[in-house]
Design a protein around this ligand. Structure first.
Ligand code: 5GP
Length: 197
């Protein structure tokens, strides 16, 4: 059903034609890819999500995320300010609608890095968007990344692996799969898909 890459022509206007969504299982390296694009291709505009998660060391408000409290997030949801949002590991994450729509209106490419639930919402509300699935080089590699810290109790690790198995099955819902063998290569492939040169 999803084997053709939509080109946004004929039936769809320019809005959302150049919307690209990068998603994939947790632990696959989505945020590393985005950090590399931010570093090496600062011209590419990346949507900055809103989250209720507290900042990690080195994260800056307005760069990696806009950090808000629960009431602030509720307000954004109530006012329809989020294009999509999802709860992930006990925190909420969402994409501010306006900055995305403004850029798409101007015909500028937009990249969203969001979880699978968010990608499914975009699939429903903006079917012209290009959905890109970031896959691990192998199951063993994903296990290594998910268990890498080695500090979690076995039941936590088991739960994470069970989730990862379900998440990997989502690949067939996507237009394109990129295998994360090298961050550089994935960035180049992603930018080529977005027609950013
Ligand atoms: P982290 O807390 O590690 O930065 O992100 C956790 C998860 O939230 C990642 O899978 C990331 O892709 C996802 N995420 C980040 N921003 C958004 C967003 O705006 N919407 C959705 N649905 N997921 C997001």
């Amino acid at each position: 059903m999803f084997d053709a890459v939509p080109d946004g022509s004929e039936t769809h206007g320019p809005l959302s034609r150049r919307l690209t969504v990068l998603s994939g299982p947790s632990g696959v390296g989505k945020s590393t890819v985005v950090a590399e694009i931010r570093r090496a291709h600062p011209r590419v505009w990346l949507s900055v999500s809103v989250t209720t998660r507290p900042p990690r060391p080195g994260e800056t408000h307005g760069v990696q995320y806009f950090f808000v409290d629960d009431a602030g997030f509720d307000r954004l949801v109530d006012e329809g300010e989020l294009l999509e949002w999802a709860e992930f590991a006990g925190n909420r994450y969402g994409t501010p609608r306006r900055p995305v729509e403004e850029r798409l209106d101007r015909g500028e490419p937009v990249l969203l890095e969001i979880d699978l639930q968010g990608a499914r919402q975009v699939r429903r509300t903006m079917p012209e968007a290009l959905l890109v699935f970031l896959a691990p080089p192998s199951w063993e590699e994903l296990v290594r990344r998910l268990t890498g810290r080695g500090t979690e109790p076995p039941e936590v690790v088991e739960r994470r692996l069970a989730t990862a198995r379900v998440e990997l099955a989502a690949e067939k819902e996507f237009d394109v799969t990129l295998v994360n063998t090298s961050v550089r290569d994935v960035c180049d492939e992603l930018l080529a898909l977005m027609a950013v040169h």
